[in-house]
Design a protein around this ligand. Structure first.
Ligand SMILES: [Zn+2]
Ligand SMILES: [Zn+2]
Length: 331
């Protein structure tokens, strides 16, 4: 008992100095409770109990946090107990354990999103990959579909999730236009997680920043790579992208160039161009996918229904004239 009394005194005196960001909440022989805070979200309360025969047996460790994932806390508690059992038997264990927790939080910046990382890993299939660079707070994601892929670097700021995850393209064999769409939307998805909407409706609850990593990985894996690489053009019923990315059409005005329209569906440029020039035009041309039918917006086809109608009528008249000339020549 004397040993514990001495250690408790020691903890009270030296904890704040020895363990950065710590605050002793309770320090009695029944329990030691210390809160360790690095940021608003990297905030954990360490509860320690002395077992019988202490210090010849390891401390009993329990971690609590309103912000860190439960699974991570469970794993870290077991790790603390293992450290005590393997390295610190026979001596004071409290400060060593608190220091161990602090170091873990400092050296594992991805601890705040360990739940999002495991959910991302569960979405992966053949060829996909998710590597963690724990010390630099990076997640390296590769998403594939057939021979198509994108490599993206996701970086977590220390203030995550209050600040959004950084998104950067490292490699891809999709056309440039698609890479721009993928990155632009991914950054926008992350931004919306942390910035309140400009137009607030009166009944909306107060805005709280949300974790942005999982929404971004979900979008990149499912809505970008898996979706785009397998899309079929509803007009010609053929794949929008060839099986081999080497054969992707790069010319923006070539027939087989893949286009993404406002609703998200993909078409061949040539198929869409022909479709946009035939009636009906009223109310704007609709997406040819039967279950979509949304109006088509695209900067390559900006004519209003009236202009499109007039152009079509003009083309028809020209065809008739031509037909008469042909008739005349034939007669
Ligand atoms: Zn087509
Ligand atoms: Zn559509």
């Amino acid at each position: 008992m004397q040993f514990i009394e001495q250690e408790l005194k020691d903890v009270k005196q030296r904890c704040t100095e020895k363990v950065e960001g710590s605050e002793v909440e309770a320090c009695v022989s029944a329990m030691v409770r210390v809160r360790i805070r690095r940021t608003k979200f990297k905030d954990v309360t360490v509860c320690l109990q002395f077992p019988k025969d202490y210090p010849n047996r390891p401390l009993v460790v329990e971690l609590k946090s309103k912000t860190l994932p439960d699974k991570l806390l469970d794993g870290l508690s077991r790790l603390c107990e293992k450290e005590c059992a393997e390295k610190h038997l026979g001596r004071e264990q409290v400060l060593l354990t608190l220091k161990f927790v602090r170091t873990f939080i400092d050296e594992n910046p991805l601890c705040v999103c360990s739940d999002e990382i495991s959910r991302t890993k569960r979405m992966l299939s053949d060829g996909d990959d998710c590597k963690l660079k724990q010390k630099s707070g990076l997640v390296l994601l590769r998403a594939c579909q057939g021979l198509y892929f994108i490599d993206v670097k996701l970086s977590l700021p220390d203030t995550y999730p209050e600040e959004q995850v950084g998104v950067e393209l490292r490699g891809s064999n999709f056309p440039k236009l698609f890479n721009r769409i993928f990155m632009g939307n991914a950054i926008e998805i992350a931004r919306r997680c942390v910035e309140p909407p400009i137009k607030k409706r009166p009944k909306d609850p107060p805005f709280v920043p949300q974790k942005s990593l999982l929404p971004v990985t979900k979008y990149l894996i499912n809505d970008c790579v898996k979706y785009c690489a397998t899309q079929v053009c509803a007009l010609c019923k053929k794949a929008c992208f060839p099986d081999d990315p080497k054969n992707v059409e790069k010319g923006e005005l070539e027939y087989n160039y893949a286009e993404k329209v406002y609703c998200g569906h993909l078409f061949h440029y040539g198929c869409m161009d022909a479709y946009m020039k035939i009636p009906p035009f009223q109310g704007g041309k609709q997406c040819p996918n039967a279950d979509c039918k949304k109006r088509i917006y695209h900067n390559k086809w900006r004519a209003t229904p009236e202009v499109a109608e007039a152009r079509w009528a003009h083309a028809q008249a020209k065809d008739r004239e031509l037909a008469e000339v042909v008739d005349f020549l034939v007669d």
